[in-house]
Design a protein around this ligand. Structure first.
Ligand code: NAP
Length: 364
């Protein structure tokens, strides 16, 4: 039975990947940080066979301890401060975890393996945010990086240090340059989830308005369940190489709003949405779109869920969540829209959920 260690097991991708590897017959170890991490019951609920080990990407000795316990054949390094907005507010912490954490994990492998890095395959979660203010479209493996946030810069460091260990120590180490991928388990701070949750609450009469930041951006959004399969495929190749994983289609924030509101029967979303400068970032990335030709050709990977299906899946899951657990009342600080609310259908037609999506999406 192959053994896999996942850092970031409590995150969106960690949960999908853990489920995916457990279903493939792996013995799955997940690294969790902090005292009595509140997400542990969620992880254990999703992946009953998981074995959780305590460690932190800021603490080298804890990483060595985790490796000694797990004795992994494959390591998926997903742990990070992953929210671009937070990286501007806590840049040093982001550099330490998202950037230096990669180096610490690679060093931990070298120490645990007493100098050789044989016998372990390592996956680094690189990001399309590394491209930033790019001059090439679509972005591919050879596109130059120009990160526009502390998050993007930290990811560039992690990306290059992974390459460096491959070249210097013959490590079987690769990076997946993943474009945005979402799901009903996406954190509430991320735009897609913020929108789908707010739309569900507006449809149920629990919220009046959605405040968003910069709307002049477009992203290549895919489904997280598809993307974790690509991570695994990369580690099954003969040689370690870096791959772009993307749908190849970019969508604007307006597209996202249109699909989400339409799904609950609202044709005109504008009265419900306002721009709020508090959510603007010091620098932003306008348009990203990836070219996954290499992944298609070498890994045989392709996305199975398109953008509309993805957003509708997320709205449907958030409607279910909201009906089960209404959550706190809308903040009084949120300004109301100038228009009155229109009646919305109580029960929007739920689309079929694609495989690997829990209909009981708990928010993780
Ligand atoms: P996520 O939901 O934000 O999960 C981040 C994970 O990192 C959480 O499990 C978190 O644990 C863990 N973590 C944070 N600080 C840590 C530390 N000091 N030590 C160990 N673990 C720590 O992110 P995701 O969407 O699953 O993404 C997974 C990875 O892919 C991340 O590296 C992200 O940057 C990268 N990525 C994501 C996307 C995307 O669109 N989703 C695109 C490209 C790349 P706690 O629960 O304890 O906070």
């Amino acid at each position: 039975m192959p053994r896999a260690l996942i850092t970031g097991i409590t995150g969106q991708d960690g949960l999908y990947l853990g489920e995916f590897l457990a279903a493939k017959g792996y013995e799955v170890f997940g690294m969790v940080r902090g005292q009595s991490n509140p997400k542990i019951p969620i992880v254990e609920g999703c992946i009953p066979s998981i074995q959780l080990l305590e460690g932190d990407l800021r603490d080298l000795s804890s990483l060595i301890g985790v490796l000694e316990m797990a004795q992994p054949d494959e390591i998926y390094n997903l742990g990070a401060i992953s929210f671009v907005g937070l990286s501007f507010k806590q840049p040093e912490l982001t550099g330490d975890i998202t950037g230096m954490g990669v180096l610490r994990m690679l060093e931990a492998i070298r120490i645990y393996k007493q100098g050789s890095m044989d016998g372990i395959r390592f996956y680094q979660a690189s990001s399309s945010e590394m491209f930033g203010a790019t001059h090439e479209s679509p972005q591919r493996e050879t596109t130059q990086f120009h990160p526009r946030s502390p998050y993007g810069a930290a990811k560039v460091f992690g990306h290059y240090v992974t390459q460096n260990y491959r070249e210097s120590y013959n490590a079987w180490a690769c990076s997946g340059i993943l474009f945005n991928h979402e799901s009903p388990r996406r954190g509430f701070e991320f735009l897609t989830r913020k929108v789908t949750r707010a739309v569900a609450r507006i449809a149920l009469g629990r919220q009046d308005v959605l405040a968003v930041g910069n709307m002049d951006v477009s992203r290549d959004w895919g489904f997280a369940g598809d993307y974790v399969e690509a991570m695994w495929l990369m580690l099954q190749q003969e040689e370690p190489e870096d791959y772009v994983i993307a749908t190849g289609k970019t969508h604007s924030v307006s597209d996202l709003l249109q699909i989400a509101f339409n799904h609950v029967g609202i044709d005109d979303w504008q009265p419900y949405v306002m721009q709020d400068e508090r959510f603007f970032r010091p620098a932003d990335v306008a348009v990203l779109v990836g070219d996954a030709t290499k992944a298609r050709a070498k890994l045989g990977w392709h996305p199975t869920v398109d953008f509309k299906q993805l957003i509708e899946m997320m709205v449907t899951a958030d409607l279910e969540n909201e009906r089960r657990n209404p959550g706190p009342a809308e903040s009084r600080h949120q300004p109301r829209p100038s228009h009155g609310l229109v009646a919305v259908p109580e029960q929007p037609a739920p689309p079929a959920l694609p495989r690997r999506v829990s209909s009981s999406g708990s928010g993780y």
